[in-house]
Ligand binder design. Structure first.
Ligand SMILES: Nc1ncnc2c1ncn2[C@@H]1O[C@H](COP(=O)(O)OP(=O)(O)OP(=O)(O)O)[C@@H](O)[C@H]1O
Length: 515
């Protein structure tokens, strides 16, 4: 937070109604407004029962400033609404207040968002320095995934810092505060010079501020990520020395112009040190060698590498061809089961595909004339958006679901302990589960939960295979991994024979959906 610009709260009393929500308390104030906790008070279709409402104040501004802030507010709202991604905070509504009796509130813009429990800034402030924050790598993995999604779709965050990373319920990690987010035009875009001093790249100081503001490139977010990763992994230490943000930014500039070395904290592990050094490359041209997609893959790999490994049992009974038609047939095949529920990998999420495109134009979209039940198409498409890797498409998920259960949400194979539309084994589902229908629980019998979880798990399999240089026919490997395990496929160096009939069936379905 830029404390020097913090505004006094507007103070709408608890109980103040904004559209379907009522304010309950003030959370905090930033440069352009205040954020309040609010609860939904009517039963409406609008999402979000416990929300945060950001009120962007215009009352203290000159008409020129007001126009520029309204533009920023619209950008924030537009971006947040378009960007449907598990690591970007969701905006449920944008409301213009109409309250002539409260002229100070009348005309103000309110953004109704998912409510976080705290920010990364709060977490850093509450811990001791010198050691990584709890779950540091999981948090960084979420941040990098959100960033990769933004960059893929032509957006720069431009204000990445701990105060703008929110930690939500169910260990959610969201990038927030898109007020400075700018849609990319070519290789760079312009933003007003308001970013946090501690996270702006050194070139920011030497590039002239023109009428449009300061030039910002994707590499500015990569720099900010480097600073942030250092802070998170060391319990808050900034990578550059100095008692004030100004002193630290001077130290960063001295490093960038070659008059001081980069001295990262000794406690960093070598892989992290290497990655942070790349993020903090002194000039934007050399920094551009690391794009956000690559960054996200590497952070994810570092994170996953350190997770406890599940122990799999091999398939007990082989899957016969023709499973599609007999989803409830007993004695087919087992997926994998961790030796106990505790040591399975947690869900690790990456991101979405093209939100700006309509669903039918997404790569691998489900064709309108296919046999995929209409009621499931949106669910499958939304689930596929949880993965940025291009192989995990709606068509692939549909092809697998058809082979798993014939799209039957009630499918069950008691003999092998597999249940629901995606044929999850409960213990394995538990280890990866996502709340796809956002009803507050994770249930393998709910199609949205089961398919959402299938997407994150297949995404992880896809990344595992690529990390192990298995890149040929990834959909086949993913299907094989889903039926056996990542390790089984990696050890076999391809599709294990035992699951070939199942994989063939998935591929035939996929061909039908993509030709
Ligand atoms: N969706 C949210 N849920 C919960 N808390 C939030 C949410 N959005 C923002 N906050 C918190 O509200 C406070 C004010 O946020 P705001 O975005 O207005 O300012 P900031 O990011 O702290 O500073 P600045 O806008 O000056 O950069 C911060 O403590 C922030 O962590």
């Amino acid at each position: 937070m830029n404390h020097s610009h913090t505004t006094p709260p507007l103070d709408p009393a608890p109980g103040y109604r904004i559209a379907d929500w009522e304010i309950t308390s003030l959370i905090g104030s930033g440069s352009w407004g205040s954020v309040y906790a609010a609860e939904k008070v009517v039963d409406s279709a609008a999402g979000g029962s416990a929300v945060a409402i950001k009120l962007l104040r215009t009352d203290l501004l000159t008409p020129g400033q007001r126009a520029s802030m309204e533009e920023l507010a619209h950008k924030e709202a537009q971006f947040s609404t378009e960007a449907d991604h598990p690591h970007l905070v969701r905006t449920h509504a944008v409301v213009t207040l109409r309250d002539p009796e409260r002229p100070e509130l009348d005309g103000m813009t309110a953004l109704v968002m998912d409510r976080a429990e705290r920010s990364l800034q709060d977490l850093l402030a509450s811990g001791g320095t010198g050691r990584p924050l709890p779950e540091a790598e999981r948090i960084l993995s979420g941040v990098a995934s959100g960033l990769a999604h933004m960059h893929t779709h032509g957006w720069i965050h431009a204000d990445l810092k701990p105060a703008n990373i929110l930690l939500g319920p169910e260990r959610a990690v969201w990038l927030a505060d898109f007020g400075l987010t700018v849609e990319l035009e070519g290789t760079h875009a312009y933003v007003p010079p308001l970013g946090s001093l501690d996270h702006v790249p050194p070139e920011w100081w030497s590039e002239r501020t023109g009428v449009h503001g300061t030039t910002v490139r994707k590499t500015a977010d990569i720099w900010a990520f480097g600073v942030l990763a250092h802070q998170v992994l060391t319990g808050g230490l900034h990578p550059f020395p100095g008692g004030t943000a100004r002193a630290r930014s001077l130290a960063a500039q001295a490093y960038a112009n070659g008059s001081a070395p980069l001295r990262l904290d000794d406690s960093l592990e070598p892989e992290w040190r290497k990655l942070i050094v790349e993020c903090l490359a002194p000039d934007h041209t050399s920094r551009a060698a690391l794009d956000a997609g690559e960054l996200s893959r590497r952070v994810e790999a570092l994170h996953v590498e350190r997770l406890p490994r599940p122990v799999y049992r091999r398939p007990a009974v082989l899957l016969a061809a023709g499973l599609t038609a007999c989803a409830t047939v007993a004695g087919t095949l087992v997926a994998f089961v961790p030796s106990d529920g505790k040591d399975a990998p947690e869900k690790t999420r990456s991101s979405a595909t093209a939100t700006a495109l309509s669903d039918t134009t997404l790569p691998g979209a489900i064709p309108a004339d296919s046999d995929v039940p209409v009621a499931l198409r949106r669910i499958i498409t939304d689930a596929a958006k949880r993965c940025t890797d291009e192989e995990v498409t709606p068509a692939l998920l549909a092809a697998m679901l058809k082979a798993e259960s014939g799209f039957d949400p009630k499918a069950s194979r008691p003999a092998t302990g597999e249940h629901g539309i995606a044929m999850w084994t409960p213990a394995v589902f538990k280890a990866w589960a996502v709340d796809g229908d956002r009803d507050g629980d994770k249930d393998y019998m709910s199609p949205a939960d089961a398919i959402g979880t299938m997407s994150v798990f297949t995404c992880w399999l896809d990344q595992r295979f690529k990390q192990n240089d298995l890149r040929e026919n990834l959909p086949a490997l993913i299907a094989a991994g889903y039926r056996t395990s990542d390790r089984t496929v990696i050890e076999a160096g391809g599709v294990p024979k035992a699951v070939q009939p199942y994989v063939d069936e998935v591929l035939a379905n996929l061909k039908e959906y993509t030709s």
